[in-house]
Structure formats: C-alpha cells, structure tokens
Design a protein around this ligand. Structure first.
Ligand SMILES: NC(=O)c1ccc[n+]([C@@H]2O[C@H](COP(=O)([O-])OP(=O)(O)OC[C@H]3O[C@@H](n4cnc5c(N)ncnc54)[C@H](O)[C@@H]3O)[C@@H](O)[C@H]2O)c1
Ligand SMILES: O[C@H]1[C@H](O)[C@@H](O)[C@H](O)[C@@H](O)[C@H]1O
Length: 340
C-alpha cells in the first residue's frame, strides 16, 4: 500500500520532507499540499504532481489523503493536529506539537478520547544512529547509573526573527526530548543562566545561554545553547555514569591532511547533520501508517512534556535565573504511565 500524505506548510522543512517522502521513503507519496502562501504551495505541489488545496481543513478532509504532515509555523500546529484527530487520520507534526502546554494537553485529551494514538511529533534525534547507540550503551548497564550529562547545541547563525525565548522553545527543545528518552527519566526543574553575550548576534538576543536541568533520579544536565557560534552546526552530548561515559559520535567525515593541518568538515545546518535521522523517522512513520499500527516515535505526551519543560526554562530566563520546578500532569497509561 502507498501511504498518501497531505502536507500542511511548504516552507523550508515542509519542502525537504516533501522531497524525502517522494524520493527517499518507499511506500509514501505526497498527494496534496497546502500553505497560506498559495504560490509557495503551488510550486511545491507541482514538483511532485500533488494537488494544491485551499486550507488545512480541506486537506485533512480530502479522500486522497490517508495521513497528514504538519510543517507549518508552530502557532498553527494545534489546530491542524486537532482537526486530523477529529478526522481519525494519522498525523505527523513537526516540533513543537503546539506552542502552549494547554494546547498540547487538548491534543492529548482528544487523542485519548479517540481511543488510540494517531500523533507522532518530529523530534528526529530519537532516530539518529549516534543517539541510538548511546541509548543501547546506557541500557546495557555497562556505565552503571547515569550521574551527569554535558551537552552543547550550536547553530552557526540565526535570523533576526529568532528571539531569546526561542533558545528554549525552538532549540533546546531537541535536547529536552532526547534526554528524557535517552535517560528514561523525567526532567523536574530548569534553570537558565546567561554568560557574556557574543558580539556576533542581533542586538535583542541573549546568546549564549546555559541551561541546567535536574531529573527525577537526580541526574544533572548542563546544556550550552549558542546559536551564533559562526563555525557550523555542532551537537555534543556526553553522559557520565558511575563506571564510565558515553559520548555522541560526530557524523562520519573524511579526515583531510593538507598544508600542515589535519581536519574534518563540520556540518553547516540541521538538514545536513540530521538528514539520515529525518529519513529514518519518516520510514518508521510511513511503515506504522501503512500497517495500521500506532506510531512508534515521540507521542503527543512527549510533545506536552517538552512544552511544559521549555515553559519552565523560559520562566527561569525571564526571572533572571531562578530554578523553576516543572509541573507535569500524571502520565496516562496509554502513554506508558500509571495514571488512568
Ligand atoms: N525538526 C527540526 O529540526 C526542525 C527544523 C526546522 C524547522 N522545524 C519546525 O518545522 C516548522 C516549520 O519550520 P520552517 O523552518 O519550515 O518554517 P518556514 O517559515 O520556512 O515555513 C513555514 C510555512 O508554513 C506556512 N504556514 C504558516 N501558517 C500556516 C497555516 N496555518 N496553514 C498552512 N501553512 C501555514 C508558511 O506560509 C510557511 O510557508 C516549525 O514548527 C519548526 O520549528 C523543525
Ligand atoms: O528550528 C531549528 C531546528 O529545530 C534546529 O534543529 C535547531 O538546531 C535550531 O536551533 C532551530 O532553530
């Protein structure tokens, strides 16, 4: 069976995912595209022979669409995801699931009322080969209990539209998700402190930021967010346990020796660094839709948890560095928790 996907949002990542679903992932085809920017939708659709539909609602209701991919601006995600659940269609939503924790909870409630999981959130790092190897090492018990995690998330530059709170909402949200999964633990507090600002930033921005998280098991995490580091897209993660440590491998790159130096290229953006993870993420999603199984990737609950934790980080930043407790609701049984 070919899964017929309708894509809402044909911007940067929407177009990349349309290419991926068309050229890379077996068993998927993009049959419809919509975007509030009509010409952009038309151009993206014409490249793959898809229909252009006037709105997300029309696309979700189309009989030519089996499953929905939401890749529009964050504030529009909740409406599209809720409409897809109401139509009983599987929906892949790029991060964030929604821009408020309250909207994420509405999605969780709608999915529970529907009776089975339909939502997968686009936290692609869970599909990255390096993070998966780290998870295997931690699960093997070879390191004993994890004690500390050191992370860095660096972008070469960000546009002027990127604001200080996006360091948590847009950037750190990837570590927040992948660490909950990697450690199989919950984040219970967040604190954000701000070093001297880089001169290579737009004036309004606090960059870099250092985020400190504590988990329910007492693991301490430090995360450097530096989104104008200039030199490339650099993701680092090291988990220190009682008997050793495990480090995220850098992507494989040829070592070049020339002019008295030895070096490897640093990826320049997330597309390059996580291209394979995005491919794996969409292969898994397509397979689950084709077989009628529930999605195996990050759930609506994970989207909700990430929103609550990023809210705590934003509150800490805005308070000048207070430690802010994370107040998650009890996790329902259908998301692996104990609550009814
Ligand atoms: N997983 C990742 O690493 C990753 C990377 C980049 C972006 N993202 C996420 O993907 C989403 C899109 O990011 P982008 O970089 O492609 O942004 P973008 O601005 O390039 O594209 C967004 C598109 O959505 C359209 N749009 C906005 N509201 C809409 C609506 N209500 N209905 C239909 N179309 C609408 C816009 O016209 C635009 O074409 C964001 O949520 C972003 O956080 C995730
Ligand atoms: O939306 C992007 C994307 O999620 C990247 O993976 C992250 O590194 C950027 O900081 C963020 O702005």
């Amino acid at each position: 069976m070919t899964v017929r996907v309708g894509v809402i949002g044909a911007g940067m990542i929407g177009q990349d995912h349309i290419r991926r679903l068309t050229e890379v992932v077996a068993g998927a085809a993009v049959t419809a595209v919509t975007d509030i920017d009509g010409p952009r939708a038309a151009e993206a659709a014409s490249r793959v022979g898809a229909a252009v539909l006037p709105s997300g609602r029309d696309l979700i209701g189309s009989p030519e669409v089996d499953a929905v991919l939401v890749a529009s601006w964050g504030p529009s995600h909740a409406e599209h995801v809720l409409n897809a659940i109401a139509a009983g269609k599987p929906v892949f939503c790029e991060k964030p699931l929604a821009t408020t924790a309250a909207d994420c909870l509405r999605i969780v409630d709608a999915e529970r009322a529907h009776g089975r999981r339909l939502v997968q959130v686009g936290f692609m790092r869970r599909f990255d080969a390096g993070y998966r190897r780290m998870k295997d090492v931690l699960a093997s018990g070879a390191l004993g209990a994890p004690l500390m995690v050191h992370c860095a998330h660096r972008n070469a530059t960000v546009p002027e539209s990127y604001t200080s709170v996006m360091a948590a909402q847009d950037t750190a949200v990837h570590e927040i998700d992948v660490l909950r999964w990697l450690l199989d633990d919950e984040i219970v507090s967040a604190q954000v402190i701000t070093p001297r600002r880089t001169s290579r930033r737009f004036e309004h921005l606090r960059d870099p930021q250092i985020m400190l998280f504590e988990t329910a098991n007492g693991v301490r995490v430090d995360l450097e967010i530096f989104v104008n580091c200039q030199y490339g897209y650099d993701i680092q993660c090291e988990v220190v346990g009682e008997a050793g440590l495990v480090r995220l491998p850098d992507p494989a790159a040829a070592g070049v020796r020339t002019a008295g130096r030895h070096g490897t290229a640093v990826p320049q953006d997330w597309k390059e660094r996580f291209g394979d993870a995005f491919d794996a993420e969409f292969r898994a999603w397509t397979a689950s839709v084709a077989s009628g199984a529930e999605p195996c990737g990050p759930s609506a609950w994970d989207g909700y948890a990430a929103a609550v934790i990023t809210d705590a980080a934003v509150r800490s930043l805005e308070s000048g560095g207070e430690v802010v407790a994370v107040g998650l609701k009890p996790r329902p049984a259908c998301y692996g928790g104990a609550a009814a």
